[in-house]
Design a protein around this ligand. Structure first.
Ligand code: UD2
Length: 320
């Protein structure tokens, strides 16, 4: 059993990770200010975790938390995950996406805290519009937004704290993660959370572009497994892509989802979004060296997601 801290643990990926870690008998502490995360994501495990509603930018609070608990693993998932929000508010989002990360690393170093691994969650956004495909971890980067700049800098700080001071760290770059507990409320939420919501409510989905854009969609269950693999198994402090390694167009993902849900999605086409990337595919060779093997095909992942959401809406009595 390990003592684990998840910042952003009420969010999409964090809450899925928390469920798995609790099931495996670990002690889990979550810090989340609920700005994007939802308590509802943790109801099933609320008696088995320590949940603290707090902002990770409160350095004093974080210091005390780190000093009082001897965490083995720290999964740093707290972030403003919206690229658009970072473009609107570069300074406040920088405080969360970079300063809070650096402060935590520095506190660990200065106090010689005996952690087993600090895991930082970076993003495929660091690759920007790089044309090469598939994207490999050692390729040049092109961070084009405050979000991507902060993710890249924090990722480098994370690795540098190992290189310079020996803090055990690792960083991951998420591609397009989908699955239960992703908040569909913002127009910049993951496209599959929006499609799920629209299919359930029989509402019209707005597709930006012609649907030929491709993404590397990875099911959150595979991401949860990958996070634990990198935390526990990486022999060096480095960065790993977390993705499926498969490339699917938006049109194809919609067709597969319609089959799985036995529903037809009503689509309204609008011009492609400014800055939208045409193709995105990860090279997952590196994380496979740790034994990573995605378990969910796109169809299986969508089925599991749909079944989960159907059950959830039935239990909320909102099913249409
Ligand atoms: C993902 C990340 C983003 C950043 C980026 C870096 C998510 C949610 N977003 O953006 O944070 O890391 O990768 O490359 O993981 N779309 C529609 N209609 C909608 C919503 C989306 O057509 O209502 C399209 C969108 O224009 C894009 C595709 O669906 O072509 C995927 O959109 P997304 O926001 O899920 O993810 P992405 O890859 O643009």
């Amino acid at each position: 059993m390990s003592n684990v801290l998840i910042t952003g643990g009420a969010g999409f990926i964090g809450s899925n990770l928390a469920h798995d870690l609790v099931e495996k008998g670990n002690k889990v502490t979550i810090v989340d200010d609920l700005s994007m995360g939802r308590l509802e994501n943790l109801v099933d495990i609320q008696d088995k975790i320590i949940f603290i509603e707090h902002d990770v930018c409160d350095h004093e609070f974080m210091h005390e938390l780190l000093l009082k608990n001897n965490f083995d693993y720290i999964y740093y998932l707290a972030a403003v995950a919206s690229v658009a929000d970072s473009v609107e508010r570069p300074v406040p989002t920088h405080k969360i996406n970079q300063e809070s990360v650096l402060d935590t690393l520095e506190f660990i170093r200065a106090n010689e805290l005996k952690i087993k691994r600090f895991v930082f969650s970076s993003s495929a956004a660091v690759y920007g519009n790089l044309k090469a495909s598939p994207k490999k971890e050692d390729m040049p980067v092109q961070p084009l937004t405050p979000y991507a700049v902060d993710k890249y800098a924090s990722e480098r700080f994370t690795l540098d704290y190992n290189y310079l001071y020996g803090v055990p760290t690792v960083a991951v770059r998420f591609f397009n993660v989908y699955g239960p507990m992703q908040n569909p409320e913002s127009p910049y939420s993951g496209v599959l959370s929006i499609i799920t919501d629209k299919l359930q409510k029989n509402e019209t989905f707005t597709l930006y572009g012609d649907g030929s854009q491709t993404r590397d969609f990875v099911y959150v269950g595979d991401v949860v497994a990958a996070l634990q693999l990198v935390a526990e198994k990486t022999p060096i402090s480095t960065v790993y892509n977390i993705a499926d390694g498969g490339e699917t167009s938006l049109n194809d993902v919609i067709h597969t989802y319609e089959e799985v849900a036995h529903r037809k999605l009503d689509i309204n086409y609008l011009p492609k979004r400014n800055g939208d990337i045409d193709k995105s595919l990860a090279d997952v060779t590196k994380i496979k060296t740790l034994g990573f093997k995605p378990k969910w095909t796109l169809k299986d992942g969508l089925k599991e997601y749909w079944d989960y959401e159907e059950k959830r809406s039935e239990s909320h009595g909102q099913h249409e």
